[in-house]
Design a binder for this molecule. Sequence first.
Ligand SMILES: Cc1cc2nc3c(=O)[nH]c(=O)nc-3n(C[C@H](O)[C@H](O)[C@H](O)COP(=O)(O)OP(=O)(O)OC[C@H]3O[C@@H](n4cnc5c(N)ncnc54)[C@H](O)[C@@H]3O)c2cc1C
Ligand code: FES
Length: 325
Amino acid sequence: MTTITFRDHAYDCNSDESVLACLTRHGLTLPSSCQSGVCQTCMMRATAGSVPEKAQQGLKPTQKSQGYFLACVCIPTGDMTVEQADALNQFTSTVCEKSMLNEEIIRIRIDKPEGFDYHPGQFINIVRDNGALVRSYSLASVADEPLELHIKAIPGGAMSGWVKNHLSVGDPITFQGPTGDCFYLDGKPEQTITMVGVSTGLAPLYGVVRDALAQGHRGPITVYHASLATAGLYYIEEMRALAAAHDNVRYVPCVLHGPAPEGGEVGAVDAIVGATGDFTNHRVFLCGDPPIVNKLRQKVYLGGAHMLEILSDPFDPAPSAGNEQ
Ligand SMILES: Cc1cc2nc3c(=O)[nH]c(=O)nc-3n(C[C@H](O)[C@H](O)[C@H](O)COP(=O)(O)OP(=O)(O)OC[C@H]3O[C@@H](n4cnc5c(N)ncnc54)[C@H](O)[C@@H]3O)c2cc1C
Ligand code: FES
């Protein structure tokens, strides 16, 4: 048992409990979303006590040196005094476009706020109710385009339901970020790139592939977009146009249940991609449904891809946050 001191109160923390779980168990409400060390919504700062290395994975060296850590994956090894991180990199901007990409996927575009710099493919955390509700969404936009998000409407979803039913063009929207390492790095312009997006997992890839081309990538790029059926796919024409305009880009729409979309495949996407065999020296991007992303990560690793060349964003859902508002 360790002690967590927060806002001048001491709280008992069980031996296998994270700082976030401990403070939540004691009745405090703190911002959190993925609860798996990905989204950085739960960032806190230690003013005393040591921070386990795992709780700082993915943070910038400057943040690490100042004691910032992710409370959801911080199992204390000794007593700690902690405080809430300032709203790091928080922006409020305006929704400038909203439309449906298919029956369940909403596209919103947001005016790019001054001072917001990002790599296409990174994600932002949309914040509502002063941090009581936070969810991550990947950036499909590039350069100075308005920020573009593809959001799947989840039945009863707190954030996606609000976006679908209540958010309108002209409304303010608050977000934090950018976060994540799922983006293109130049330096290997001839490398083979394999991208797999499941459902809205296409969003970051649509940003990454256009960014790679803009940076002069010449190696082959294959983008697999997977859904249960053709109705769940979107941006089919945009992706075909991209492939038609660039000899090195191949677009493969994949559906679990037929009929096959034109130029596409039917079957489980992990089997389709896995069957292509050798991933030695490939850079691989995997985004969307967590079980499929995790299966594919293992397959491409066993197929020869280097761990550091596999960039993935499993869209882990937050533990249930209550009803749509
Ligand atoms: C790094 C990262 C990037 C992400 N990028 C995107 C993105 O670009 N586009 C996007 O649409 N989402 C993305 N997500 C997922 C997103 O953050 C939310 O989890 C999702 O929108 C659901 O939030 P909600 O508040 O609407 O639903 P919640 O209120 O959190 O959930 C309502 C209920 O639905 C269940 N549920 C949640 N997600 C799903 C699902 N996918 N399928 C079935 N049931 C579900 C929950 O377990 C819960 O029971 C990303 C997640 C992460 C971690
Ligand atoms: S990183 Fe802790 S809630 Fe997402």
